[in-house]
Design a protein around this ligand. Structure first.
Ligand SMILES: Cc1ncc(COP(=O)(O)O)c(C=O)c1O
Length: 252
């Protein structure tokens, strides 16, 4: 938050802060309560909007849910976004936006110009689903499924990845973030992994300043357990090979 404040001071032209406070994409990190409060305070102080993008908040397996940034919004400057993409079907591309006026009116006008209208048929499918199904029960079911898949991935990483590689163990969301020794380029590892028919998302494009070139994101969302284990075995074998060829980077 100190770095954010310095940035707001040096960029008085800033209009908006975009953030994913719950199970961020790509790292899976969640913003603490104190930081949430401080972030809204800073937005008030420096007169900027906050866009709180929350596609993963409902997929929490453990720990206590934290209040949304919108919860601390006393000045109507937090725009909260939700979506059915991670809890129902990514293909629907139906979501929602909670905001005070005048932002909502302005947004509605711009959206109209941008995409003319959110697909009506997809909205009707979402509406019918909500009418005829128990979303809370569905969420319970997918949390259980993703928790299990996450555990299988974490256990397989610990078993098959060489020492010296860090990984997250998220409390929710869909991703595990892996950090290689800094001298390794995840893009290079990625190419070798694809030769073994397994893939992840290299970290580089997630950070404009090159600070994630050595990291990558793995999703456990849509693979059955046996495929997750096989995938971790293959990535682990590639990493073992790459690190053996660069003995100087072996950390332990
Ligand atoms: C940060 C973030 N926001 C939003 C979305 C979903 O967007 P949409 O509702 O347009 O499918 C995703 C999914 O990829 C995401 O990672």
């Amino acid at each position: 938050m100190d770095a954010l404040e310095r940035t707001l001071q040096s960029h008085p032209e800033a209009k908006m802060i975009y953030t994913i406070p719950d199970f961020q994409n790509p790292t899976g990190r969640t913003m603490s309560l104190e930081r949430r409060q401080r972030l809204v305070e800073l937005a008030n102080q420096y007169d900027v909007l906050i866009v709180e993008d929350n596609p993963y908040g409902a997929i929490r397996y453990s720990g206590t849910p934290l209040p949304a940034l919108k919860h601390f919004d006393t000045e109507g400057r937090v725009v909260h976004l939700g979506t059915f993409s991670k809890i129902l079907s990514p293909g629907l591309r139906v979501g929602w936006l909670c905001s005070a006026n005048p932002i909502m009116d302005t947004y509605t006008g711009f959206k109209q110009m941008d995409d003319v209208h959110t697909n009506i048929f997809a909205q009707m499918i979402a509406d019918r689903y909500l009418e005829n199904n128990d979303l809370t029960a569905h969420l319970k079911q997918i949390r259980k499924l993703y928790k299990k898949r996450k555990e299988v991935m974490v256990q397989s990483i610990d078993e098959y990845f060489p020492a010296g590689i860090k990984h997250s163990d998220p409390l929710g969301g869909l991703f595990i973030w892996v950090e290689l020794p800094k001298s390794l380029d995840a893009q290079e590892v990625f190419k070798k992994c694809v030769d073994h028919k397994v893939a992840f998302v290299p970290g580089g494009p997630f950070a404009a300043d090159g600070t994630a070139d050595h990291a990558f994101r793995m999703s456990y969302a849509n693979m059955p357990e046996e495929k997750i284990i096989e995938g971790m075995k293959r990535i682990g074998a590639v990493l073992t090979d790459v690190m053996a060829k660069k003995p100087s980077i072996r950390l332990s």
